[in-house]
Design a binder for this molecule. Structure first.
Ligand code: GUN
Length: 306
């Protein structure tokens, strides 16, 4: 029977470990401060940002939600980021992605002070990741490494396949696995015979944003499968197909008008993997836990440097 890698359990562990660090900062200086910029009204981003703010509150981290309108220009957003860079009470700045189409996302990420970049998205910090220097690591991939370590899943010498080459997940994931001495392959939409490549994997990470695209033929028997996908599906026939007519899922769909599914076919993953992250309750909670850690580390580093 496949082991379920419980992201909520690891998140709670990490939050417990964060608590004394926040308390120590609050006692000696002030609590860490995080600014979260959410431009526009994308509903999924809104849910993520509210979860991030709530996690801060639970831990005693000060947070500020900055909400420019969907019509914000690149220049306006750069001005907001510039103000946050200059504020001494803000240790971390997060620009929620995706940004509205008219905004130059690369310019926005470049504008964040690398010392306040709690996402690890700034090219300076990406360079630190690639060259093995200390610095903030992108939260979702860093959370995945934490779950693998805390469940004693070996990475050194293992074959890891990352499906998806985004700057947020795929690329940093590949480098973090490489630093753990895995042999890493990155696959993407132009990879021929994706299923054969995926079947090589001892550790398969799916980060493509396509509901249940990875199926039984992609998963080697006994592999560890990490499902990064968070796809909201609103078509009942698709729910029925993906969840094999599960009454529980269909009832949830009828109640809410949608259900969440990852990038991996859930039944195939449970049948073929030796361990896997479920959706929801796998990777999602870890991203937030790592954001808290990065924010605390940023505050500690800033005070240490004063
Ligand atoms: N959009 C999806 N995931 C993330 C993330 O980890 N950080 C930011 N800033 N935006 C995201």
């Amino acid at each position: 029977m496949a082991k379920i890698l419980d992201g909520n359990r690891i998140r709670d562990q990490i939050k417990q470990e964060c608590k004394p660090r926040v308390e120590a900062l609050a006692a000696s200086k002030r609590p860490p401060g995080l600014a979260v910029i959410l431009a526009g009204d994308d509903p999924a981003s809104g849910i993520y940002v509210r979860s991030k703010i709530k996690a801060c509150k639970d831990l005693g981290i000060e947070s500020e939600h900055v909400a420019p309108p969907a019509s914000v220009t690149t220049a306006e957003l750069l001005a907001i980021i510039g103000e946050l860079n200059a504020r001494s009470d803000i240790d971390g700045i997060l620009v929620q992605m995706p940004l509205p189409a008219q905004v130059d996302s690369k310019a926005a990420l470049l504008a964040v002070d690398p010392l306040k970049d709690v996402d690890g998205f700034h090219p300076y910090n990406m360079g630190c990741l690639v060259t093995g220097r200390p610095g903030p690591r992108s939260c979702t991939p860093a959370g995945i490494i934490e779950v693998l370590k805390r469940y004693d899943i070996p990475m050194a010498g293992r074959r890891a396949v990352v499906v998806g080459r985004s700057d947020i997940v795929g690329k940093p994931m590949a480098f973090l696995l490489l630093h753990e001495n895995a042999t890493v392959t990155i696959c993407h939409s132009k990879t021929p015979d994706l299923a054969a490549m995926c079947r090589e994997a001892d550790i398969l990470v799916a980060a493509i944003g396509q509901p249940a695209m990875i199926g039984a033929r992609h998963i080697r028997e006994g592999a560890t499968v990490i499902d990064v996908g968070m796809n909201r599906i609103t078509d009942r026939a698709q729910v029925e197909r993906i969840f094999r007519g599960s009454r529980e899922k269909l009832e949830a769909f009828d109640r809410n008008g949608s259900v969440l599914v990852g990038d991996v076919d859930p039944a195939a993953m449970a049948e073929r993997a030796s361990a896997y992250t479920p959706v929801p309750g796998g990777v999602g909670p870890l991203t937030i836990a790592m954001l808290m850690l990065n924010t605390i580390q940023s505050a500690e580093r800033r005070f240490g440097a004063c």
